[in-house]
Design a protein around this ligand. Structure first.
Ligand SMILES: [Zn+2]
Length: 354
């Protein structure tokens, strides 16, 4: 460790972790002074058990709630405007004056990013509950939205959630492909923020433990583990660890940033490939470029191949490389300097190997 450390950490006021913890949302909302909640979810979420538990918990505390938007993956900035309009229509003047309005996000990273931005723009309190493991968005002060067809990261202290509730039970129904791609995204967060130029001692401590947990449990969470008990139980336990690892990686990268793999993933998501899948596709190549542990690269590649993660890329390589080179935010964090020709080479390898 360097002798002198200077850093700032931004995290929610309270982080709640554990199976069944979604049922605490009503108490937490009440503690925040909440009287009226608008809920942001992904499509299909309202039919799920987790949503029912959330609204029941709010009802128990007599907090009114209304679902104001259903977010699609890789959301556009326009969704924020629409969502704000609907949320404002729900407001009673008295509650607004009291600061009693809050936004609750229940879903994957895209949902939480929209919920955070809506709450920040309205100046309302926010509670974030992830259903994937994950983007770590429940603890970061960043929201990624598409502006004129291109992904853009909004970074603002006001985006920091007040409360994060991580309930592994909400992740039980994730299909294996989603467990794998979002798990690889979380793994990428832990690796990239550890080596980031903006990293610090505390971030590294969180990131290295997150990395160990995620690496150990990724495959088991996808497939189960034949050696231990029944498949279902082992899978459930591994999923809980993935939720923990994802949370820790989020706490770390939110305070130090990600690097090359995330820069390489953005042009793919501009084409519509969801974040987790896009990061999974490029992660092995970014790690190879940075000289990372070969056994991890091999393992990630194997999971990607087994689960058929990855899609055909339509955009010209040079065009994608241009977009990456403009991404100063991520590239300046990368431990190794990245040139245009390096990016072109990486995309060529990716295209040829898939
Ligand atoms: Zn990510």
């Amino acid at each position: 460790m360097k002798m002198r450390q200077n850093f700032e950490l931004l995290l929610p006021k309270k982080i709640i972790f554990g199976a069944g913890s979604v049922k605490k949302v009503g108490d937490e909302a009440k503690n925040l002074g909440g009287k009226n909640a608008v809920i942001v979810v992904s499509r299909g979420m309202r039919k799920r058990e987790g949503f029912k538990e959330l609204t029941e918990s709010l009802n128990r505390q007599e907090i009114g709630s209304k679902t104001v938007c259903e977010v699609e993956p890789e959301p556009k900035i326009e969704e924020i405007y629409n969502c704000i309009k609907t949320a404002e229509a729900e407001v009673e003047e008295e509650v607004e004056a009291d600061g009693g309005n809050l936004v609750i996000g229940l879903g994957g990273g895209s949902v939480l990013d929209v919920a955070k931005k809506v709450a920040a723009d309205l100046g309302w309190k926010k509670i974030m509950i992830p259903t994937t493991a994950g983007t770590g968005s429940e603890v970061t002060h960043e929201a990624v939205l598409k502006v004129e067809g291109r992904k853009r990261a909004f970074v603002d202290e006001l985006l920091t959630p007040d409360i994060a509730i991580v309930d592994p039970d909400l992740m039980k129904t994730m299909p294996p492909r989603l467990v794998a791609s979002s798990g690889i995204d979380a793994l990428a967060h832990s690796i990239e923020c550890y080596d980031s130029k903006r990293s610090n001692f505390l971030v590294k401590t969180l990131a290295s433990d997150a990395y160990k947990i995620l690496k150990e449990n990724l495959r088991k969470a996808v497939e189960g583990d034949e050696e231990t008990e029944k498949e279902g139980k082992a899978k459930e336990e591994a999923m809980e660890k993935m939720a923990l690892g994802s949370l820790m990686a989020g706490m770390a990268f939110g305070n130090s940033g990600t690097a090359l793999a995330h820069a390489l993933s953005y042009p793919l998501s501009n084409e519509g490939i969801p974040h987790g899948e896009a990061v999974a596709m490029v992660l092995p190549y970014a790690l190879e470029f940075n000289g990372f542990d070969a056994s991890v690269i091999k393992e990630v590649k194997r999971i990607i191949k087994d689960l058929r993660i990855g899609r055909a890329i339509k955009t010209e390589i040079a065009e994608m490389a241009e977009v990456v080179m403009q991404d100063e935010k991520h590239l300046s964090n990368n431990p190794r300097e990245v040139r245009f020709k390096d990016v072109v080479q990486i995309y060529e390898n990716l295209k040829n190997e898939n």
